[in-house]
Design a protein around this ligand. Structure first.
Ligand code: CO
Length: 239
């Protein structure tokens, strides 16, 4: 018995925490998988976890969709410690989301990542829901950010004949807009002003073939950002 289990055994478990056998069986599968995973890594590299526990120094921040099929680390073949991850519905970056922005600040200023990757995916359920007029409840506030992207590119999207093409085009455009939104943050612009190496990329993942496509929209310096969004410590009025 490890120290953690011995502590747990001394805790009085309230009635509402009593075990549900079906739920425990599901969780036990994960715990068994975890033991096998940790043992496999330790077998090939006995100091992997002890070394990694001392620090993390990933070069990449990944901002992706929460969709269970778009598994950040696995699909780019990276190990624990190599990529810092934030996921939400439809990989949205907004200037009022303190969760996402805190992740960006920590990744850029503390971890000093060199790349931020916004990864969307074709057939995104969040993007699809944003194209509907049906009410979805609370999430409609969140989907409003994607509706704004849709409205901005309405002509380009409506010119496409097929519904799937329109959805997938909006998935791509949503990535481009979120790349821009990251580049509008004071955190990223401060890094550039201080000559830090930092590139923001947009990628999109194909659920049907497992392939990640670069949308080729790298932004790595202030002059790639529209004037109105450029923030300076002692800036002059734009006009
Ligand atoms: Co999605």
């Amino acid at each position: 018995m490890d120290a953690f289990s011995s502590v747990l055994n001394k805790i009085h478990v309230p009635k509402h925490f009593e075990r549900d056998n079906d739920a425990m069986s599901d969780l036990n599968t994960l715990l068994d998988n975890n033991k096998a995973w940790a043992a496999k890594i330790t077998q090939s590299n006995p100091t992997f976890f002890s070394e990694l526990s001392k620090q993390q120094s990933p070069d990449f921040l990944w901002i992706g969709c929460s969709d269970s099929r778009v598994a950040a680390e696995q699909l780019v073949g990276l190990q624990p410690g190599e990529i810092f991850v934030h996921r939400n519905i439809a990989n949205v970056v907004t200037p009022t989301d303190i969760n996402c922005l805190s992740v960006v600040q920590f990744a850029v200023e503390a971890l000093k990542v060199k790349h931020i990757i916004v990864c969307g995916h074709y057939g995104c359920g969040g993007v699809k829901a944003s194209m509907e007029s049906q009410e979805h409840g609370l999430i409609d506030h969140w989907l409003g950010h994607i509706k704004a992207v849709h409205q901005k590119y309405e002509q380009q999207i409506s010119d496409l004949e097929d519904e799937t093409q329109r959805l997938n085009r909006l998935c791509e455009l949503n990535v481009l807009e979120q790349v821009r939104n990251i580049c509008h943050t004071p955190v990223v612009q401060r890094a550039w002003r201080n000559n830090k190496e930092l590139t923001v990329h947009g990628c999109i993942y194909g659920l049907e073939n497992g392939i990640l496509h670069d949308l080729n929209v790298p932004i790595h310096q202030m002059n790639q950002v529209d004037d109105i969004y450029q923030v300076r410590e002692n800036g002059n009025p734009v006009y």
